[in-house]
Design a protein around this ligand. Structure first.
Ligand code: AMP
Ligand code: ZN
Length: 114
């Protein structure tokens, strides 16, 4: 049994506010938004962290970035700019171990990130 929260969302067992999905990628609103637009983009395939990527996952990662650009346009943050973040491991603050890309926009972002 897979008890992964995000596999629950892609599989429909856990309710998510889904804003985009296709054969390989699902995107949904973050439950605790850190910016006016905060969307999580994930592969349907269960990949725990960036460290678990394999060469064959290359097209999948490309699909995530294409989805991100499309979502940025649709949510009105493309023109002013946005940020994509992946937290990998404890020091980065990763809390859900199913690879996810944070798409953040709608406000100015500080640099360097905290
Ligand atoms: P990270 O800290 O990079 O692992 O990010 C995990 C993100 O998942 C956080 O921003 C959480 O707010 C978000 N999150 C946790 N549970 C849910 C959920 N059920 N639906 C949507 N987002 C969630
Ligand atoms: Zn998963």
């Amino acid at each position: 049994m897979n008890d992964c929260l995000f596999c629950g969302i892609t599989g429909g067992k856990v309710k998510g506010n889904i804003v985009y999905q296709d054969d390989s990628v699902v995107a949904f609103k973050d439950i605790k938004p850190r910016a006016p637009v905060h969307i999580l983009i994930i592969p349907r395939k269960h990949i725990p962290t960036l460290l678990d990527l394999e060469p064959a996952d290359g097209p999948l990662i490309g699909a995530i970035f294409f989805a991100a650009a499309k979502l940025a346009q649709e949510h009105g943050i493309a023109e002013n700019g946005y940020r994509i973040v992946v937290n990998c491991g404890a020091d980065a603050g990763q809390t859900v171990f199913h690879l996810h890309y944070h798409l953040l926009g709608g406000r100015h972002m500080g640099w360097p990130p905290g």
